[in-house]
Design a protein around this ligand. Structure first.
Ligand code: GTP
Ligand code: MG
Length: 194
């Protein structure tokens, strides 16, 4: 299991001229607003306030880079699908994500987050199909598993796996750290084999 010797916020990138240039592998966290991306990052790193979490969805508009053990980066992407942002903001998300995910050579793995309590949204499915079509290595992390009973969780994971047939789907909870070892195993193997 990984020992986190250092985890630091490096920068917020608002366009590609701000992306890091040192060539270290990157692991990107993607998912709709409020799904728990920042919470997952903090939980994986055992650092409570490193990635900003909030009850106000749609806040993060930049790609935030975190350097882990001076070896690889986590990138926290803005959430998509927040109903109250304007249409143009929504297509901006697509442009930004495609720009970054499309040809970022450092990208070792994408982590697509979905809320385990709800059926995947149209936008979740769109992202999933884009990742499959573009042959991006990715896993799906089903967040907030602490909010379901064991039975509900099993049922929900079964439904999710029917739709997300390609990647590995891992149930997670940022509250209990359920799934943490399993997710780390995937991240490390991706970062090391790049
Ligand atoms: P944006 O940055 O706005 O896109 O949101 P985000 O995806 O980073 O979500 P964030 O981590 O800020 O979490 C949103 C809310 O969900 C916060 O109130 C978290 O405390 C809560 N939350 C996140 N993960 C979990 C989880 O595993 N269990 C429970 N119970 N709550 C969670
Ligand atoms: Mg966030």
């Amino acid at each position: 299991m990984i020992k986190i010797t250092s985890a630091e916020f490096v920068k917020s990138a608002f366009d590609r001229s701000h992306w890091t240039t040192d060539g270290r592998p990157e692991i990107a966290f993607l998912g709709r607003s409020n799904v728990g991306k920042s919470s997952l990052i903090n939980s994986l790193l055992l650092r409570k306030g490193l990635a900003r979490t909030s009850n106000t969805p749609g806040r993060t508009q930049s790609i935030n880079f975190f350097l882990i053990n001076e070896k690889f980066y986590f990138t926290d992407l803005p959430g998509y699908g927040y109903a109250k942002v304007s249409k143009s903001m929504r297509s901006d998300w697509g442009k930004m994500a495609e720009d970054y995910l499309g040809d970022r050579e450092e990208l070792a793995l994408c982590v697509q987050l979905i809320d385990v309590r709800h059926a995947p949204t149209a936008h979740d499915k769109q992202l999933y199909e884009w990742l499959v079509h573009n042959q991006k290595p990715f896993i799906v992390v089903a967040t907030k598993s602490d909010k379901l009973s064991a039975n509900e969780l099993a049922r929900s994971l079964k439904e999710i796996r029917k739709i997300f047939t390609v990647p590995k789907v891992i149930a997670y909870s940022s509250q209990t750290a359920r799934g943490r070892d399993e997710v780390w195993a995937e991240l490390l193997s991706a970062a090391e084999n790049r």
